[in-house]
Design a binder for this molecule. Structure first.
Ligand code: ARG
Length: 399
């Protein structure tokens, strides 16, 4: 391969900084760095200068926060997509958007190649590369971390020093952290031993539940057609709403996960996640669906949720089946409008009440008290026919 112009996904961290330099040494190519802002707290200021010093000719910093929440996170939310029933997939959802960003910049700049800093045993390489192939099949893809000579972080630091690459002397975190508005993932170090509970410093944004306020906090989230639109009666933009819920949830220790998960590449890994806003929103959204959605659609959608989650996790965002499944999900959301009140208290999240103008809950039918309108007599014939096949079967087989 003989790349002429390479667009590099750049975060400003050690791996991608070394990568920019390494690529410019190895290939006689122009290097363009691009950073997507998905709401990660890590420093975006000074990033441009740093990338230029490292060997990039140009830097793009793209604010993707709104697109990320509206077009990616909220679609996963409407789908009820939780990987292996738990993980709201902040990281997994962000990757297809970053892949799209790389492609957009590559097309704009007339680049022939894109490069990313994912490793050879993670899911992110799959998400980046499947996304890029689906969106722009003509682009070459480089993933230096899979092939380069560095085996350890120390070797990368050594190389950075030799080449005057400005890598921030950040406080040496023993963890590998990926962060965006829909959640943070923490890996490596002691966390690789699944028999050991995560040390207190593994959690980056949430208060330890036992240190959370003694006073419970109650909040109301309003949804329109499956999309959260207001907090405590005040309309919020998607990004503002998620930022506020992250703050509130963090304060009360909501949204921590410590799980073993099945990676795309066939290994199991132990992951720590913190996703306060995503956790609160999934809980509220699901509660509203329980109130409003008809039984058959609700049951069917559980399977779709699982399929959508697997496809997001597996990097299959830009695929025909995924689009079709999301179209199904959208058609189920027409009446998912209403309010859910939840209580945040020392790491627990509890639904207190729910209401909707489309609620299918009918107290006259549900009540066990006076005013019961349910026709108890109809159940006799119903159950007779409902159980008839099994009655027949047992009679035949017991003969
Ligand atoms: N296991 C998670 C996922 O596949 C998180 C990956 C996190 N990446 C990282 N660079 N720390 O979605």
């Amino acid at each position: 391969m003989n790349p002429k112009k390479i667009v590099v996904a750049y975060s400003g961290g050690l791996d991608t900084s070394v990568m920019v330099k390494w690529l410019s040494d190895k290939y006689d190519a122009e290097i363009i760095a691009v950073t997507g802002d998905l709401g990660q707290k890590s420093e975006l200021i000074g990033l441009e200068e740093k990338a230029i010093k490292t060997g990039a000719s140009k830097v793009h910093v793209v604010d993707l926060k709104e697109e990320f929440i509206k077009e990616y996170a909220y679609r996963a939310l409407k789908a009820g997509a939780l990987y292996e029933n738990e993980y709201p997939m902040g990281c997994s959802i962000g990757r297809p958007l970053l892949a799209k960003m790389l492609v957009d910049v590559a097309l704009k700049e007339g680049a022939d190649t894109v490069a990313h800093g994912a490793t050879g045993k993670g899911n992110d390489q799959v998400r980046f590369e499947v996304g890029i192939q689906a969106l722009a099949p003509h682009l070459n893809i480089l993933a230096p971390l899979r092939t380069w000579e560095f085996k350890t972080r120390e070797q990368e630091i050594e190389y950075a020093k030799e080449h005057n690459i400005p890598v921030q002397a950040t406080k040496d975190s023993p963890y590998s952290i990926d962060e965006n508005l829909f959640g943070i993932s923490v890996e490596c170090g002691i966390l690789e031993d699944p028999t050991v509970a995560p040390p207190a410093d593994a959690y980056q944004i949430t208060t330890n539940p036992k240190d959370a306020p003694d006073e419970a906090e109650r909040i109301v989230i309003s949804f329109e057609k499956g999309i959260p639109v207001a907090l405590n009666g005040v309309t919020k933009s998607p990004v503002d709403l998620v930022v506020e819920l992250n703050d509130l949830g963090s304060k009360h220790g909501i949204g921590r996960l410590d799980i073993i998960e099945n990676r795309v590449v066939g290994i199991k890994s132990r992951e720590i996640y913190e996703a306060p806003a995503a956790t609160i929103l999934h809980k509220g959204h699901n509660e509203l669906e329980k109130l409003v959605m008809d039984k058959d659609t609700f049951r069917y959608k559980q399977g779709v949720s699982n399929q959508v989650a697997n496809m997001i996790y597996d990097g299959l965002w830009f695929t025909p089946l995924f689009n079709s499944l999301l179209a199904f999900v959208d058609s189920t959301q027409e009446y998912i409008s209403g309010n859910v009140k939840v209580e945040l208290y020392k790491g627990t999240l509890k639904v207190l009440s729910r209401d909707s103008e489309f609620s299918l809950y009918n107290e006259d039918l549900a009540t066990y008290s006076d005013g019961d309108k349910f026709d108890h007599g109809s159940s006799i014939g119903f159950i007779h026919l409902y159980g008839l096949p099994f009655k027949t079967l047992t009679e035949v087989r017991n003969k």
